[in-house]
Write a protein of this length. Structure first.
Length: 330
């Protein structure tokens, strides 16, 4: 069908175009609000600045489609194929993208606020500067597992998003805003979170092995049982964070702020704490074999029953600290 015929029939009140062939058509700036294009072939179509809010695009073929600046708010894109599509600046607020293929798509500065992204494959997608506030990536019984492997989320806004169980391994989240985001059981191994904002976030049981969190803001973040082994937390701010039972062996934490952090029963063997601030931190029963605390602030820290015998405390300030035997250091 040619675009003129489609627009004429739509203007006349027809909205059902299930399975239609619209490969490569030019629908620039077209008003197609609420149209039904379920299973339609829109491969390579020009839909720049088009109005497709509440459109039904379930299982539609949108490979390499041009959707720059398009309005897809509340659209149904479940299981749609958007591989290599251009969605630069597009608005997908509240859109249903469950199980959609968005691999290698360009979502630069796109608005995905409150979008449903459960089971969506976003591997290799460019989400630089995208707004994903309140988006749902939550894994449910392994049925919906969002895949963002290799995606670029540099400076993306993910405040309040639900990324439970999401695959974010090696993803670029540098400078991203993840405040109050849920990342329980998420795979962030090798991810770049340098300078990211993670205050008040939930990272319980998350895998952050080898992740780059240098300069990240993690105040009051929940990291119970998280794997932070070999992670770079240089200059990170973890004040008041909960890290009970976390694995942090060989982590880099020089000049990090861990004031009032709870590090109970944490494996901190060989961790670099040089010049870090651990004032009033709880390190009860922590394993600190060969940890380096040289020049660190350990004032009023609690080391009750901690393994501290082989740690380097040269130049550390231990005033008022509770030592492993329960004595108070003067």
């Amino acid at each position: 069908m040619n675009p003129n015929e489609l627009l004429k029939r739509y203007a006349a009140g027809e909205t059902n175009f299930v399975g239609i062939n619209l490969r490569g058509v030019n629908l620039f700036n077209a008003d197609l609000i609420g149209i039904t294009l379920t299973g339609a072939d829109l491969n390579g179509a020009n839909l720049i600045f088009s109005y497709l809010s509440r459109a039904h695009l379930r299982k539609a073929n949108l490979i390499r489609a041009k959707l720059d600046g398009a309005n897809l708010n509340q659209a149904n894109l479940t299981a749609a194929n958007l591989h290599n599509a251009d969605l630069h600046g597009a608005s997908l607020k509240g859109a249903d993208l469950r199980s959609a293929d968005i691999t290698l798509a360009n979502l630069l500065d796109a608005n995905l606020m409150d979008a449903d992204l459960r089971g969506t494959n976003l591997s290799g997608a460019n989400l630089t500067g995208a707004c994903l506030r309140g988006a749902n990536f939550r894994e449910e019984k392994r049925i919906y597992t969002a895949n963002l492997l290799g995606a670029n989320l540099h400076k993306a806004d993910l405040r309040g998003a639900n990324l439970t169980g999401a695959n974010l391994a090696k993803v670029d989240l540098s400078g991203a805003n993840l405040t109050e985001t849920t990342l329980r059981d998420a795979d962030l191994s090798g991810a770049n979170l340098a300078g990211a904002k993670l205050g008040n976030s939930y990272l319980s049981d998350a895998n952050l092995n080898g992740a780059n969190l240098a300069g990240a803001y993690l105040r009051n973040t929940k990291l119970e049982r998280a794997n932070l082994a070999d992670a770079d937390l240089t200059n990170a701010d973890l004040q008041g964070s909960l890290l009970t039972d976390a694995k942090m062996s060989k982590a880099k934490m020089s000049r990090a702020n861990l004031s009032r952090a709870r590090l109970i029963k944490v494996d901190l063997s060989r961790v670099d704490f040089r010049e870090a601030n651990l004032s009033e931190a709880e390190l009860i029963e922590a394993y600190l074999a060969r940890a380096d605390f040289s020049g660190a602030n350990l004032r009023k820290a609690n080391f009750t029953r901690a393994e501290l015998s082989s740690a380097n405390l040269m130049g550390a300030d231990l005033e008022g600290a509770t030592m492993p035997d329960g004595s108070i250091h003067e």
